[in-house]
Design a protein around this ligand. Structure first.
Ligand code: FAD
Length: 497
């Protein structure tokens, strides 16, 4: 978008995390050129109030707004996150858990030898050195309980995300936005006026107020009032390969010693998260209603948390999939109104930020079909790439039980995911194949895919000759360990950060 292009007046429908993130970004991008942003929400409907884990994209978002990290973290009960630790998704000895770490510049030095060690293991060499936790700086720091912030003299700190209270995050962003001029309307949108097939004319509130704009941003949650209900945009369900559709959530007292990781623990018909905040621990069991009843799921969660008779739970339904187009006419769908891939990799707010930033970059008052097509394809590619990575967690599992066996034997995979799995088992160069399969918009890096396959201890069973330069796994690991130990000395304890 060039500075001379007229900026759009925007109305955002919805005051959940998606709505306020969108309002902040749109205001920052467009207000300087005279455009207004209005956010309308019905407090009586409320927000979904879950979504407590982020990717490093949330840090980039706050940096972009110029918000001080310590300030918003204190206001939102937030803690640091350096990755996700998966427990019990694999039954292979030595691989009962592994971390999917956030990237760091140090990976440039540790990932190539790790890839070679994995390549050797894929050909039948010993897998003893292929566990991902030994090779990445973020994992090392997380396991040692160290802060993601390094001494000033060490400019190679890993990217980090956060855990936070979703209600407090919304309130903080509301304060940021409204104090800078975003108009906040508390009202039910009772009707939507259309202006032709592809365009929304106005939102009509229950008291008769009409809200008009150049762009309408649908952040109305799973209701998707504008994009799906009004414009009739088709919804592409992911239920043929993502079976989970419900969640039960419950808070427990804060952990004594917090680890900067989201814990993702396999359960009978899904998995549960454990997210440490400053004043409590967030827990939730994400499950498939086809394999376990709501009452059984709640009992299972309570049992796992040792809270059989105490503590309140909340039950949620999830609609997993995405709209075919996120931008149609003068409507942009963001957040749950746009779609949802289950929370395993905590990517929902990541997609929210990605979508709004892309929209800002692509905006033009006369945006024609080509521009919209390019935008929608890029967003869909990102969405589906994330979906594939999450589906792979289920497809590669080796657990017992109906839910897990149904996942392991599910052949309803996307073509790109089939190609990635084939590449791994046929010894192909995974980095190269990922670039070929997903192009420049690949959602997950080669390192992430290596962590997943090798973290499960999933290697081809038919041995191949191991080239000599792949056989020095022990030496390579020792070198990397020395390097990571030296790097870790630049980081202080979590509590002090
Ligand atoms: C079980 C679960 C776990 C999750 N975990 C994560 C995670 O770890 N990380 C992550 O990034 N995301 C996660 N998410 C997703 C995350 O919760 C959402 O993406 C995020 O909260 C944004 O929600 P939203 O703003 O789109 O919708 P909501 O919070 O539902 O907000 C919808 C808004 O629309 C308003 N509204 C609707 N209709 C009307 C109307 N007619 N008039 C006026 N207002 C209206 C409501 O009042 C509300 O303000 C999770 C989701 C679920 C279900």
């Amino acid at each position: 978008m060039t500075d001379g292009v007229r900026a759009p007046d925007c109305v955002v429908l919805g005051g959940g995390s998606a709505g306020w993130i969108a309002a902040c970004l749109l205001h920052q991008a467009f207000a300087g050129r005279g455009a207004t942003v209005t956010l309308v929400e019905n407090p009586e409907i409320g927000i979904i109030g879950v979504g407590e884990g982020s990717t490093p994209q949330l840090k980039a978002f706050f940096d972009r707004l110029g918000v001080d990290e310590a300030e918003w973290m204190a206001a939102c009960d937030a803690t640091f996150k350096l990755g996700i630790r998966f427990h019990g998704w694999s039954k292979r000895p030595g691989f009962s858990h592994y971390i999917h770490p956030f990237p760091s510049p140090v990976d440039l030095h540790t990932e190539p030898p790790y890839t070679r060690v994995c390549a050797a293991a894929r050909r039948g060499a010993a897998v003893d050195f292929a566990h991902p936790d030994d090779w990445f700086l973020a994992s090392r720091l997380a396991l040692a309980g160290l802060s993601p912030h390094a001494a000033d003299s060490f400019p190679f700190a890993p990217s980090h995300g956060y855990h936070f209270d979703a209600y407090k995050l919304g309130a903080y962003l509301r304060g940021w936005a409204t104090s800078r001029g975003v108009r906040h309307v508390r009202a039910e949108v009772a009707a939507v006026e259309c202006a032709g097939d592809e365009r929304i004319g106005a939102l009509v509130c229950a008291d008769g107020t009409r809200l008009t704009a150049d762009m309408f941003v649908d952040c109305s949650g799973f209701r998707s009032e504008l994009m799906q209900k009004t414009l009739g945009e088709p919804f592409i369900a992911f239920d043929d390969n993502l079976f989970v559709d419900r969640a039960v959530v419950m808070a427990t007292p804060p952990p004594g010693q917090a680890t900067p990781l989201t814990e993702a623990i396999a359960m009978r018909a899904g998995w549960r998260w454990r997210i440490p905040l400053q004043s409590r621990c967030g827990n939730g069991y994400v499950y498939s209603s086809a394999f376990v009843s709501d009452d059984e799921a709640e009992h299972e969660l309570r049992q796992a948390l040792g809270m059989l008779s105490a503590g309140e739970t909340r039950r949620l339904r999830m609609k997993v999939g995405r709209v075919r187009q996120s931008w149609r006419g003068n409507c942009l769908a963001v957040g749950l109104a746009q779609g949802f891939i289950e929370p395993l990799e905590a990517t929902a707010l990541h997609i929210v930020i990605h979508t709004v930033e892309r929209f800002i970059a692509a905006w033009a008052p006369d945006a024609g079909p080509d521009r919209l097509r390019a935008f929608n394809e890029a967003v869909a590619t990102r969405y589906d790439g994330i979906r594939d990575y999450i589906v792979a967690h289920y497809r590669l599992n080796q657990r017992e039980g109906n839910f897990w066996r149904a996942n392991a034997s599910n052949h309803s995979l996307s073509e790109p995911l089939k190609q990635v799995i084939t590449a791994w088992f046929t010894h192909a160069d995974l980095r190269q194949r990922l670039a070929e399969i997903y192009g420049p918009h690949s959602a997950y890096s080669s390192a992430s895919w290596h962590c997943l396959f090798a973290g499960y201890g999933t290697f081809p069973t038919r041995p191949q000759p191991v080239p000599h330069d792949m056989t020095m796994a022990g030496e390579a690991l020792a070198t990397v360990q020395t390097m990571l130990a030296a790097c870790a000395r630049n980081f202080g304890p979590l509590e002090a950060s």
